[in-house]
Design a protein around this ligand. Structure first.
Ligand SMILES: [Fe+2]
Length: 260
């Protein structure tokens, strides 16, 4: 993808998002949250891409994927006032529909158009489909890493500020009750991703975020996670039980083995 095409997409995106700006402060906060998230995910995906020595055309393509990965979030929030896909609809598919409706990608070669829409569709799946061809797999992995990195950043930031009431935009409206669900601990100790449907409270949400470590694809992303201490910050906010200590140990062993 040429730089000029990426610039055109950025201009379109800006206008599109401004169309959702609202006088209602609650709606506006949600729209701005995702606008800022998109900006940071664009920066992160270029960071990962550079660490892999991708050529400039692929860096532009990757940035376009990041720019559009959460496009569906804006109409989702305006329509349903929630970012919870289970209470509204799949924001990835909604975003692809919005792109198609506006004909934004119409001028691109078919390969690039498909790579962008597939990467959007795959960005929020628990697992990537097996046996993806090399390029779709690469771009899907790039956006999944960049997205997770920023969500971890925002999440640990809110934990550090020890926000009196956890931000409902970030905790899926889960109650901040004591304890956690054993199934998520089991997943973490077995090196598996946790399932959203198993989350019962805010501690479960924290455990699910920790399990993302097992799904990070690139050394650059893992290095950023380590540099920012995301794992330690989340662990510190969980109950100081033996189980949590073992989860921490397991995660640290995994991260060390991946960076070696
Ligand atoms: Fe998303």
């Amino acid at each position: 993808m040429h730089r000029e095409e990426l610039q055109t997409f950025k201009g379109w995106f800006k206008q599109y998002v401004q169309g959702f700006y609202s006088d209602d402060p609650a709606v506006q906060a949600g729209i701005r949250l995702k606008e800022e998230h998109t900006r940071r995910v664009c920066t992160a995906i270029v960071g990962i891409g550079r660490s892999l020595d991708l050529p400039p055309e692929d860096l532009h393509l990757a940035e376009a994927v990041a720019l559009f990965h959460d496009l569906g979030r804006f109409r989702q929030y305006a329509t349903y006032h929630t970012f919870n896909d289970r209470r509204s609809e799949n924001h990835a598919l909604l975003g692809v529909r919005e792109l198609e409706r506006a004909g934004v990608l119409a001028g691109l070669p078919e390969e690039e158009r498909n790579l962008i829409t597939m990467s959007i569709e795959y960005h929020n799946l628990r697992d990537l489909p097996g046996k993806l061809p090399e390029r779709p797999a690469l771009f899907a992995r790039l956006i999944r890493d960049a997205d997770k990195l920023d969500i971890l950043q925002v999440f640990t930031g809110s934990l550090e500020r020890k926000e009196a009431a956890p931000n409902p935009l970030l905790n899926s409206g889960l109650p901040d009750t004591p304890g956690y669900s054993p199934v998520l601990i089991r997943n973490l100790l077995q090196g598996e991703l946790c399932n959203y449907s198993d989350m019962k409270n805010f501690n479960d949400r924290k455990l699910l975020m920790l399990s993302w470590i097992y799904d990070i694809n690139f050394p650059w992303t893992l290095a950023e996670i380590r540099r920012n201490g995301h794992v330690e910050k989340i662990l510190d906010s969980l109950p100081g039980t033996e189980e949590i200590r073992r989860v921490g140990e397991r995660l640290h062993i995994f991260m060390a083995s991946r960076s070696a």
